[in-house]
Structures are given as structure tokens and as C-alpha cells.
Design a protein around this ligand. Sequence first.
Ligand code: ATP
Length: 222
Amino acid sequence: MKRIGIFGGTFNPIHLGHIQVAEEVRNKFFLDEILFIPAALPPHKEPGQVADARDRLEMIELALSRYGDFTVSDVELRRAGPSYTIDTVRYFISILNDKSTLYLIMGLDAVLEIDTWKSYLDLFLLIPFIVLTRTLAGRDDTDVGWRSLEKYLQLKVSDGYRFSAEQSCFIHDEKQSVFVFDIAPIDISSTHIRRRIKKGKTIEFLVPNIVRDFIEVKGLYL
Ligand code: ATP
């Protein structure tokens, strides 16, 4: 059985924070592979600020070319209309499920608004989550992240979720487990990178050089 992580996002652009996170999650959860899945039309983002999906996909391809266990998937670019995670998860379950265990990797910030996502309750039936607590880590103690997730799961998903210290995750009798990973905060975001480009500042050390060159040549985010 292969263990595969699904790592979705806008990747506008991909940065070293994404890669470092993927590396840490892969090690911690013994994943064989991580699939990076850029959203074609992110339902929650203003379209004006988002680079063309093909360019975002190409930047991920360039960034991941050195990492054998990380792959990019264009599944959301091949679908018409907005990119919904539930459709992506159903797709990968349909093609991989009998030979793989799938995990959905998400930041805590995204999980805490998942009740606005299409068919979000089905996600908890279909796939275990790996939740990264980067946003709240560092601001306070990491307990804050865990507690806010516990409250949220019980309120918006099911009050049957409870924390299992033994398994170090939230478990449920009928639904999938929700693992929490207190990742060391990495102070890089795509928003920060886009702002720096607008101001004419360097983005060296924030994205792989090959991605920086692509952004420069294409004149993205100016
Ligand atoms: P933006 O600044 O445009 O919102 P972002 O840098 O948060 O973008 P996304 O494409 O939204 O990037 O990220 C995809 C996933 O990666 C999300 O689940 C997000 O929480 C996670 N992520 C992004 N940057 C980091 C980071 N520095 N540390 C940990 N997780 C991150």
C-alpha cells in the first residue's frame, strides 16, 4: 500500500515554505509521495491577483524537478469551472484507492473555514486529514491551534470527534481521522512574495532560483 499526500493550494507562486512543509510532512507521516495540486479557479480568491493556471503549474513543475517524491497534478486544470477539493479527492480515490492510502494535507487556516467548501462533510467521510498548524504556531502556544480545531470539528463536522492521545489525532467512529502536525513556522507566503515583486525587491531565498527566473522572464506579479 502506497501512502500518498494530496497537497492543494493556489501556489501563486509556489515557494520554499511549501516545499519545506511537504518535506516535513512526508517524513513525519512516512508518505511515499506528495501530489501538489494547483487550483485552476480558486473559489475563495480574487481572480485578478492570481497568475494564469498554466504558469502556476509550470512553476511547480520547475520547483519539484529535483524532488523525486513530489509530483504535480493538473487534474484541477483539466476540469471546467471552479476547483473544488471534494471533486479532486473523489477523482484520486477512484483511480488510486485500492492500492494507496490517501491523506489530505491542509493548513489550519484553511480547515477552520472548510464549512464554506462544497460538500465539506463528505470530505471527512472520504479521506483522513493532515492539518498543519503553522498560522497559530508561534503566535501563542500550539495548544491554541489544537483547541480551536477540536472545537471547530465538534461544532461544524460532528460532536463525535475526540482527541486520541495514543494516536495523536482526532478520531471518530464513522468518519476519518484528523491528524495535527505542529510544524515549525516558516515565514514565507505567496502574498509576501507578490508584494515584494511589486515593490521591486528580490525574492531570492523565498522561491527556488528556477522559479524566480521564470517569474522574471514572464513578468509575473508586476
Ligand atoms: P497566499 O499568501 O496567496 O494565501 P500561501 O503562501 O498561503 O498563499 P497557498 O497556495 O494558499 O499558499 O498554500 C497551499 C497550502 O500550503 C495551504 O494549505 C497553506 O496553509 C500551506 N502553506 C503555505 N505556506 C506555508 C508555510 N510557510 N508554512 C506552512 N504551510 C504553508
